[in-house]
Design a protein around this ligand. Sequence first.
Ligand code: NAD
Length: 498
Amino acid sequence: MTTTITHWIGGAPTASDGARTQPVDNPATGEVIAHLQLGTAEDVDAAVAAAQRAAQAWGQTSLSKRSAVLFRFRELLEANIDELALLVSHEHGKVVSDAKGEIGRGLEVVEFACGIPQLLKGEYSSQAATGIDVYSMREPLGVVAGITPFNFPVMVPLWMAPVAIATGNAFILKPSERDPSAAMFLARLWQEAGLPDGVFSVVHGDKTVVDALLDHPGVDAISFVGSTPVARAIHARATAQGKRVQALGGAKNHGVVLADADLDDAADHLAAAAYGAAGERCMALSVAVVEEAVADALVERLAERARGVRVNAGDQEGTDMGPVITAEAKERIEGIITSAEQEGAELVVDGRGCIVPGFESGYFVGPTVIDRVRPEHTAYVEEIFGPVLDVVRVKDLAEAIEVINANPYGNGTAVFTASGEAARTFQRQVHVGMIGVNVPVPVPVAWHSFGGWKDSLFGESHIYGPEGIHFYTRAKVITQRWPRRDDLAGASFHFSGD
Ligand code: NAD
């Protein structure tokens, strides 16, 4: 008997009336482990109504009480990390230790949000003009929604919800339909932490639910993380409805290796950043851009690292890399590897046809290295989102920067070098939002904000950190005057700064 996953509305599991369902499978075994109810516009109406009711009281709840709920949520998340990580591994496929890593990054955002009394302090100008004080404060928007991708079923919802909730909003999550159980786990932890019912809700589903959230007049803001075509469409549709939108899209991240870099260190980091989580990370390094002088030596090392990756189910001891998310994803990725060969690139390590003993029906693709990739090749143009590392050879740093800046995406990038001067030139000249210097996956810590440039982000606001606080609140500025009754000088007809 497989379970049926329902929504979480008004603080309780809530079934849809006559909803469609979709199987949820374990990518390591190919087995169906649950059925997911795909919501309707009526489910969204119910969630928004519950959220609107809850938001009124929650937005008026004192900062210390809100912060206390966040502290308890943090403790619960930490106490339940093993169970949650296993759940993520079984629906997503990633290695359990990596699932714990993503929960850890989400926890950091919860910890940041615990400091909400400090973060929401306004500004004050005493005696801005004679007898006049000016001060600002930030208030919650009301009801906000988050639409999240399959690749980080805990971390990405936690990029949003803790900040939205700490700032006094009610939050509705529409998680990925591929790995929906983590969202329900989080819902139960929020409730256990003492969050009032209706402040955190989950509506599962696909485009029907997303469109209903985008169009609903009761939803004030949309946070989206997913692929670029969907991010672009969501930004256009929701901003047309007058909503505030941050829509983070896909990526093609380049790791530049200069001739003066330590090649063993660079190869270790490139392999981990390309093959970790089977390359299903928006900050994965999927392109190595290498100075020609050291390209052969680097490719040799990358091939050795790729062949050494232990591919197995994510819950098995000693596994480095699990399967990709679906059978369709495996087929698509293998098709791109084939296209690289046909279009004239050099297949150095071929991950097609990867079979794991004991898990023969799993969706495994082996680590792949493709050398001499050109910008016009399909393997370069597509966001592969699999364990495939392209190698692009360039003559120098200037050409590497040209390659990166010609790419439509601008999420993350890294440079491996021993030269501070080269690193400084690189960070000042690349058109990319997050940059690593000898750091392969430069995901900003929780008290900075995360976001790319160009087709990797639609909207002005980066996510979590200080920009998250701004995104989920709006400012009021108060100009006040308390004149003495015996000192009223009358009003002036012209502007005065005195
Ligand atoms: P996706 O775009 O297919 O789905 C993301 C969310 O949008 C899901 O909840 C899905 O149900 C919904 N959705 C899908 N198609 C839709 C449509 N036509 N209309 C409305 N909603 C729709 O992405 P995915 O495959 O789940 O995740 C992988 C993608 O996410 C990759 O492109 C990756 O780079 C990107 N990603 C980006 C970041 C970032 O921070 N920039 C982080 C993680 C993932």
